[in-house]
Write a protein that binds this ligand. Structure first.
Ligand code: UT7
Length: 327
């Protein structure tokens, strides 16, 4: 039987501080009703002042690695998917390697915005299938709160912080990742971006004054592309694998907007009971949303051996991606 990569452990971490919609209504011109109706978000988590991305990664990693029955030094590779890392250089993965004591692991970051975890899963899958990695830790983690303009009601109500992790190992029993699909259309790069601080707009007093160090989003335009694209993506992914939507045990979508999640589920004719939804509690945690939702689903015992699980995401780039797993 062909070698596949199997998820052998999951873990997640959410910072304890909660910001509710009512809290936000005291900061910007918004209401709990507007946010709930347009997004499905009720509250989100926010990292502490001294809490960096790598700190959250390590907390999620501890749980995933322990669930897999491994120790940090067993890992041979760490990939962190993030767009809100500790610093531009070195990678957040290198800092995680040190803090977690994963002394035998090569470590690097991947940035595909909200699709980052699935881009990371696709790369991880290749390392495992080729035999180049045997015990790989993949983390999706974001500290979006530190890059948000808390005066911009168009974005500050949407995002949250968190981290989710999975351990991947080779398996030859037919179970594991069946396929991953990755797509990018860079012509819409400015639909969701953080324009300041890189080589295009190096940090300066001017970039600070113009607010270029904050996440910008053309929300409504992104929404329309997301719904159209994800509907096509999930159908194509299942067709490619000769699997009917009715055979799916669970859909685990990126949590950007409940209306986008519902539209995708509807296209698949899937009842919401078979869709992982936690956006109400955490908002949009970008590349962390899928591994957090997956961890919750696994720990709640909602997945059984051989279940078909479909993961999908859409985000800045623009990027979109899917993964089909035989659990
Ligand atoms: O994770 C990466 C991918 N991200 C996404 O896929 C996000 C996609 N976008 C969305 O989820 C939605 O577009 C939003 C939730 C961001 C916005 O919902 P919408 O239904 O597209 O609203 P809109 O942007 O068309 O705005 C409608 C109205 C506007 O007022 P006018 O022009 O009609 O007077 C906005 O100014 O709502 C206003 N508005 C708000 N009102 C109260 C925008 N933000 C807020 C707010 N509270 N927080």
């Amino acid at each position: 039987m062909q070698l596949k990569s199997k998820i052998t452990g999951t873990g997640s971490y959410l910072p304890s501080k909660i910001i509710t919609n009512d809290d936000l209504a005291e900061m910007v011109n918004t209401t709990d009703d507007w946010i709930m109706e347009r997004t499905g978000i009720k509250e989100r988590r926010v990292a502490g002042q001294d809490e960096a991305n790598s700190d959250m990664c390590v907390e999620a990693a501890k749980k995933a690695v322990s669930a897999a029955g491994l120790k940090p030094e067993d890992l041979d590779m760490i990939i962190v998917a993030t767009m809100s890392g500790d610093m531009p250089m070195p990678s957040t993965a290198a800092i995680v390697q040190h803090k977690f004591g994963a002394i035998n692991a090569a470590a690097f970051d991947i940035n595909a915005a909200c699709s980052g975890f699935l881009y990371g899963l696709s790369v991880a899958d290749k390392f495992i299938r080729t035999g180049a990695s045997k015990k790989l830790l993949l983390i999706g983690a974001e500290v979006n709160s530190k890059f948000i303009d808390w005066k911009d009601r168009g974005t500050c109500v949407l995002f949250g912080d968190g981290a989710g992790a999975v351990v991947l190992e080779p398996a030859d029993d037919g179970r594991g990742i069946l396929s991953t699909e990755l797509f990018t259309d860079g012509s819409m790069w400015d639909y969701i971006c953080l324009p300041g601080g890189g080589s295009a707009n190096p940090p300066s007093e001017e970039t600070l004054r113009e607010g270029l160090h904050h996440i910008k989003m053309r929300g409504n335009e992104t929404f329309k592309v997301a719904v159209r694209t994800l509907e096509k993506l999930v159908i194509n992914t299942l067709e490619k694998n000769n699997i009917e939507p009715s055979e799916l045990a669970m859909l685990i979508p990126h949590q950007a907007n409940l209306r986008i999640i519902s539209a995708t589920a509807k296209r698949l004719n899937l009842p919401m009971s078979r869709v992982a939804v936690n956006i109400e509690k955490y908002g949009n945690t970008s590349s962390a949303s899928i591994p957090i939702a997956l961890d919750e689903v696994v720990r709640a015992g909602r997945l059984r051996d051989n279940d078909y699980v479909l993961l999908e995401a859409f985000g800045g780039g623009l990027t979109w991606a899917s993964a089909l797993i035989k659990w």
